[in-house]
Design a protein around this ligand. Structure first.
Ligand SMILES: Nc1ncnc2c1ncn2[C@@H]1O[C@H](COP(=O)(O)OP(=O)(O)OP(=O)(O)O)[C@@H](O)[C@H]1O
Ligand SMILES: [Mg+2]
Length: 240
């Protein structure tokens, strides 16, 4: 089943085209990896999908509805969750409270349902023992895991992850990958922007490459990574 469809989406900031006629369809159950150089427009694409940015032209469709004019809050309630490149948890609230806010406001759940769901998610994201710790006191890996837990608390069908492994050691990134894999296996569709390619490759069922706001390539992750186009534009290497 088609979950997300983007049609001819464009957005410019002055002379910078952050989205340049992007077309994309994501089926339920996919894990789509997104790579591209710094400033290519990856986060802007997430902002356009999740509604914090309005396109100049084109449309976004989610679960069969045109949501181009829908607010960010209503897209969240419709089943979209996202994490931010710079974690945005509430530092003065506990880990559990951070998730409860998302579950009640974004997921429209009752208090009891929210507690149960959040406990389940915190267990899944290996944060259950930190449930009563202030978010500001977490390690980087824990903050990243909380970012995912918070996004999951609104029970999204589509989860957008923006460089969730950035800044982690290899071992920590490996831990996070295991958790994200389980989220995907649990049935959540994932769009994941990541510079740490080996983390992405462990989860992605499809890979797309963004450059200058345009989707320049997409397909099987291993094939895309081996392509001379990716070597040239993404890794800064000469084509073989
Ligand atoms: N609100 C804004 N106003 C003006 N320019 C912006 C705005 N948001 C992003 N840009 C510019 O648009 C371009 C794309 O930014 P974006 O954050 O989407 O890139 P990115 O692919 O996520 O990069 P990175 O890998 O560094 O996170 C950059 O040149 C950025 O400076
Ligand atoms: Mg970005």
């Amino acid at each position: 089943m088609e979950l997300l469809r983007i049609e001819d989406l464009s957005k410019s900031f002055g002379a910078i085209k952050v989205a340049d006629g992007v077309n994309l369809t994501v089926k339920e159950g996919e894990a789509l990896g997104i790579i591209g150089p710094n400033g290519a427009g990856k986060t802007s694409l997430f902002n356009l999908i999740s509604g914090s940015l309005r396109p100049d032209s084109g449309s976004v469709h989610f679960i069969g509805k045109n949501i181009t004019a829908l607010s960010m809050e209503n897209r969240c309630r419709a089943g979209m969750g996202r994490t931010f490149q710079i974690p945005r948890s509430f530092c003065q609230m506990t880990v559990l409270e951070n998730c409860l806010v998302a579950a009640t406001a974004g997921g429209r759940k009752s208090e009891t349902q929210s507690y149960l769901r959040c406990a389940e998610i915190l267990d899944q994201m290996r944060l259950i023992k930190k449930a009563n710790v202030l978010a500001g006191n977490l390690s980087l890996l824990e903050r990243k895991a909380l970012e995912v837990a918070r996004a999951l608390s609104s029970s999204p069908r589509l989860l957008l992850l923006d460089e969730i492994a950035g800044g982690l050691t290899d071992a920590e990134a490996g831990e996070l990958v295991k958790m994200i894999k389980l989220v995907h296996q649990g049935g959540t569709t994932i769009l994941w922007i990541e510079h740490i390619v080996h983390a992405l490759m462990a989860v992605a069922t499809r890979l797309m490459v963004v450059n200058f706001g345009a989707m320049v390539m997409e397909g099987d992750p291993a094939e895309v990574m081996q392509s001379s186009l990716v070597k040239r534009i993404y890794m800064g290497m000469e084509a073989a």
